[in-house]
Design a protein around this ligand. Structure first.
Ligand code: IPE
Ligand code: IPE
Ligand code: MG
Length: 224
């Protein structure tokens, strides 16, 4: 049975979930943010799972209409403000990945405060990917190493925001693409694509994906 230390999720489909019901896209973002807790709790309650990396806002998402971006920033701030007790109760350590420098100083402060306040969480590390793009992450890592004589797989891997290989990557919302998410870390990840729109995704579906993951023959280029 495969070990499962790191799950990554592309939480996609909020907008379509709302539009299908004749509602505005922002209703879907709100519903989507409410789903994060259940999946995080499931992972925190399974000791084998050490990290859960959730894609919440990409470096490309700034291209969306100004009103949608503004709404997402407010929703994020609200989420960071209200979820502290839940993180503490679940024993989850929160760590952002991505480039925080494009956020307002107030939002940056909220992010570092939540990181600080949850730093003793031992049951799960939740990486929230915010203004995250793999190309941006890799470039920042390369620039931080430019005085090194020789960049190695190990030194570059350790200079990334997320330093851990992904075992299982799940994308909801029916698209079969990675959208610039954890490209380096997912080199050998098992990829699962679900048609479920993110606001409808449940821990029961996660559990059934994990059951399938467990039985995959992972060879990493070798033979078994
Ligand atoms: C994912 O849902 C959330 C973000 C990218 C912020 P979308 O907003 O991409 O929803 P769809 O894909 O348009 O349905
Ligand atoms: C990927 O979803 C980013 C997040 C889920 C945060 P998008 O909806 O932005 O991706 P594309 O545009 O379909 O590739
Ligand atoms: Mg989308």
């Amino acid at each position: 049975m495969n070990e499962l230390k790191h799950i990554a999720m592309i939480m996609d489909g909020n907008g379509r979930w709302a539009q299908c019901q004749g509602k505005k896209r922002f209703v879907g973002h709100e519903a989507g943010s409410e789903r994060v807790r259940e999946v995080t709790r499931y992972c925190a309650e399974h000791p084998e799972i050490e990290r859960l990396s959730l894609f919440a806002f990409s470096t490309e998402n700034w291209k969306r209409p100004k009103l949608e971006v503004e709404f997402l920033m407010k929703l994020l701030s609200h989420y960071l403000e209200k979820e502290l007790p839940t993180y503490l109760e679940m024993g989850v350590k929160f760590e952002m990945i991505g480039d925080a420098s494009r956020f307002t100083p107030a939002l940056q402060k909220q992010i570092s405060e939540l990181e600080e306040e949850t730093k003793h969480g031992t049951r799960l590390i939740q990486h929230l990917a915010l203004n995250y793009g793999s190309r941006n992450e890799i470039l920042r890592a390369i620039n931080s190493l430019k005085n090194s004589e020789m960049v190695t797989e190990e030194s570059l891997g350790n200079a990334l925001d997320c330093k851990h290989n992904v075992d299982l990557l799940i994308r909801t919302g029916g698209e079969h693409r990675l959208s610039n998410y954890l490209l380096w870390q997912s080199a050998y990840a098992e990829l699962f694509f679900s048609d479920t729109l993110w606001p409808d995704f449940t821990s029961a579906e996660l559990e059934s994906i994990i059951a399938r993951f467990k039985n995959i023959d992972r060879r990493f280029g070798g033979v078994k």
